[in-house]
Write a protein that binds this ligand. Structure first.
Ligand code: PA5
Length: 429
């Protein structure tokens, strides 16, 4: 399948002229491929779909099957890039009510004692297993949660039993988590040193939790391979990821400072969060760049919709449109028609949802003068999702370089960490 990217809801003024950008895009493409740009030692994701570690991939599948057989709940411990991709994918593919594999819950993404207390309480009488993910192995939130969970697992299963119930995804050789895993004998998977957290969903970071949730990770990886092929040509007529990057860069230059990404599917809400992280952490530097935020329609049409339609013209929208739902439901006929809904009787919810999409697109872009970009996929499945992620990752690299920033570092994130360590009395801060 191919992702259809629609630019017809941009106005003539807001659409870029190909000739103005093609040379720059060629130059950046060469820089990405040759690894000569800022942060290029974090380009490991670029050709990972064709050169990933096949033996590790099989180990992931085998251990995930064992977990599915022996446990009820998987606790994924990680924060930011070390959990958002897994959560976004599992919700997108399994929906918001558990269907396949293990139930997956998340810890290590907060320091809130209430949430951690409730999560622990929820799993304490269930058969739970743990996947702890941290590239650095020293991030406070997951480290604290993991220490609590590890103690719980050892009390519940004994030291040997806990060892079987825990896997870790971390650096190949560095960091406290690697050291701990080796010393405890946990099964480990590698988050390659040349792939940053927000680009890591295609590694064990996304793959292991997804496999435990019963998702076909071969298909998911095949989607990334589709993307790797499809977005390999710098020609803006052929490469929609680059075209999208250039359009959003152009909109930013025209004064649109916010990109609202969204869809008409609550199961994709965490894909918005993944996109926010991908773009905001990659691009938000040097006092410039778009601010990416998310919405889920139609819910948010009843709140954010007012601002989008009539508020300050600071934003444009990028809407993911899914053509076919996995399930459909018909509106029933009602003899009395007290709610006046019989005009919709016999109509499918997908049809009604799609009319909301069409009506909103027109209202926002034509009436409200809010530029819209549409990204259409035929359905949400593992392959399409992998392809979609690669599309955005490639677009993000191009987009950040167009704006003159290093897409792969995050110096701003360090500032709060240092302050917190100082306040907590950590040695050296
Ligand atoms: O994308 C990123 O680099 C960050 O969001 C990290 O993934 C996040 O800070 C967690 O870091 P770590 O995996 O080292 O615990």
């Amino acid at each position: 399948m191919s992702i259809k990217v629609g630019f017809e809801y941009l106005t003539k003024d807001s659409m870029f002229a190909k000739d103005d950008f093609q040379d720059k895009v060629n130059e950046i493409h060469k820089m990405i491929e040759e690894g000569t740009g800022a942060g290029s030692d974090f380009l490991g994701w670029l050709h990972y779909p064709s050169n990933y570690d096949k033996a590790e991939f099989e180990r992931i599948k085998a251990k995930a099957s064992e977990f599915i057989k022996n446990y009820e709940v998987l606790v994924v411990v990680g924060i930011g890039g070390s959990y958002l991709g897994a959560k976004a994918s599992i919700e997108a593919l399994n929906g918001l009510f558990k269907k396949n594999g293990l139930e997956v819950i998340y810890l290590g993404n907060t320091l809130d004692p209430n949430y951690i207390h409730d999560a622990i309480n929820y799993i304490k009488d269930k058969k739970f297993c743990i996947c702890v993910i941290s590239k650095s192995g020293t991030t406070t939130e997951p480290s604290v949660s993991f220490r609590i969970l590890k103690t719980m697992a050892e009390e519940k299963y004994g030291k040997e039993g806990a060892k079987d119930a825990i896997v870790a995804v971390t650096d190949k050789e560095k960091g406290a988590l690697k050291k701990l895993s080796t010393s405890e004998g946990y099964e480990t998977y590698v988050l390659p040193g040349n792939i940053g957290g927000r680009f890591s969903v295609l590694t064990a970071v996304g793959l292991f939790p997804m496999a435990c949730a019963g998702i076909d990770i071969d298909e998911f990886m095949a989607g990334f391979q589709d993307g790797e092929k499809e977005y390999s040509d710098p020609d803006l007529e052929k490469n929609n990821a680059y075209r999208y990057a250039v359009e959003r860069h152009n909109l930013y230059n025209l004064g649109y400072n916010v990109e609202m990404v969204g869809s008409y599917e609550p199961r994709l809400t965490y894909v918005n969060s993944w996109l926010q992280q991908l773009f905001d952490e990659s691009e938000g530097k040097d006092g410039k760049s778009l601010f990416v935020t998310g919405c889920t329609f139609t819910t948010d049409l009843h709140s954010l919709g007012q601002y989008i339609q009539e508020g300050k013209k600071i934003l444009f929208e990028t809407i993911i449109n899914v053509e076919n739902p996995n399930y459909d439901i018909e509106v029933p006929y009602d003899e009395e028609n007290l709610d006046g809904l019989n005009y919709l009787a016999g109509k499918k919810l997908s049809y009604i949802n799609h009319k909301a999409y069409e009506g909103t697109l027109d209202a926002h872009s034509r009436t409200g003068n809010v530029p819209n970009i549409t990204i259409t996929i035929d359905k949400v499945d593992a392959r399409n999702l992998g392809h979609l992620y690669y599309f955005f990752m490639k677009a993000c690299a191009m987009s950040a370089y167009l704006n003159g920033v290093n897409p792969f570092n995050q110096p701003g994130v360090e500032v709060y960490k240092k302050n917190m360590f100082h306040l907590l009395g950590k040695e050296g801060y």
